[in-house]
Design a protein around this ligand. Structure first.
Ligand SMILES: [Fe+2]
Length: 300
């Protein structure tokens, strides 16, 4: 499916993605942290050196390390200590989340679209994917977390960079078409749009696959099937919480909750679902804080 995938997207959109890939990228500190976090010899002090370069990230790391979620009695006063508490993979999640929030201003979206809901949904899927990965041991929980965070990169991009096309899409939906149909008919598949950007940015191939196949895990290649399926189940779990996304695409061929990941029984799935239903509301305030205030200038 990936051979000539660019051809199925509106040509104007495809060409703008190439420009965005060149002009707008995640902040340098995000790439630097991701590089360090993927090196087994990295210490909390190495990470502190990089985090300190970014005052906003430093503040978020300290505040997350001290958040209710970790329930500390003694406050974490240094960045290195906060990093130890949060954990390396969660730091990667935080850095990437902040980088995304900086690059894509979801507080500035077309009227009628809920940017906060899209943000909270992405982070919720990320959290759920980590739980599913830890329970099944199919894939690395940290990778599942990043994959969940980025799975809807295309939709994030549509609402922040393609507002005219998004409006067309929403009008089309109002005429009675489903969101999935509208994306196909107008050449605005959010999975493909996200995939093209991830490819331009040189993201790891497992992330590209998750972005492209998160609604259709059966189409993913053998290498990526595990992680794509984990994210798909996480997505279906979040659909059963207050953090669901009302305008999310649901292809009819998407696998059923009960049948996806047959390695897990329905009871096991429901146990994770109950856990995330408790955790998500606890994390939501920190996640909203990560979005920061609306930026002065639109980045279109
Ligand atoms: Fe999606």
């Amino acid at each position: 499916m990936t051979a000539n995938i660019e051809a199925i997207v509106d040509p104007q959109v495809a060409s703008r993605i190439r420009d965005i890939g060149r002009l707008s990228t995640l902040p340098q500190v995000t790439w630097e942290l991701m590089r360090l976090l993927n090196n087994e010899e990295t210490t909390p002090e190495d990470l502190q050196t990089v985090v300190e370069q970014d005052p906003a990230l430093s503040a978020k790391v300290i505040s997350l390390g001290n958040s209710a979620y970790y329930g500390l009695r003694t406050p974490a006063t240094t960045i290195a200590r906060a990093i130890v508490i949060i954990g390396f993979k969660e730091l990667e999640f935080l850095a990437l989340g902040l980088g995304l929030a900086d690059t894509f201003d979801l507080r500035k979206v077309p009227y009628g679209f809920d940017g906060e809901a899209l943000w909270l949904h992405s982070l919720s899927v990320s959290w759920a994917a980590r739980e599913v990965a830890a329970a099944t041991r199919l894939v690395d929980p940290g990778e599942a977390m990043l994959a969940g965070l980025l799975h809807n990169l295309g939709q994030i991009m549509l609402v922040t960079h393609f507002t005219v096309q998004l409006q067309r899409l929403m009008n089309y939906v109002e005429e009675g078409h489903s969101f999935a149909e509208a994306e196909v008919d107008l050449g605005l598949w959010h999975e493909v749009i996200g995939y093209l950007l991830a490819k331009n940015w040189g993201m790891p191939s497992y992330l590209q696959d998750v972005i492209l196949y998160h609604h259709r895990p059966e189409l993913a290649g053998e290498d990526a099937k595990g992680i794509v399926t984990v994210v798909n189940l996480a997505l279906q779990m979040v659909d059963r919480t207050d953090f669901r996304l009302d305008y999310e695409v649901r292809p009819e061929s998407s696998p059923d909750y009960a049948e996806v990941l047959p390695q897990m029984s329905l009871e096991e799935k429901d146990k994770i679902l109950a856990k995330i239903k408790n955790t998500l509301p606890l994390m939501a305030p920190t996640w909203l804080q990560m979005m920061g205030p609306a930026k002065k200038k639109a980045r279109h």
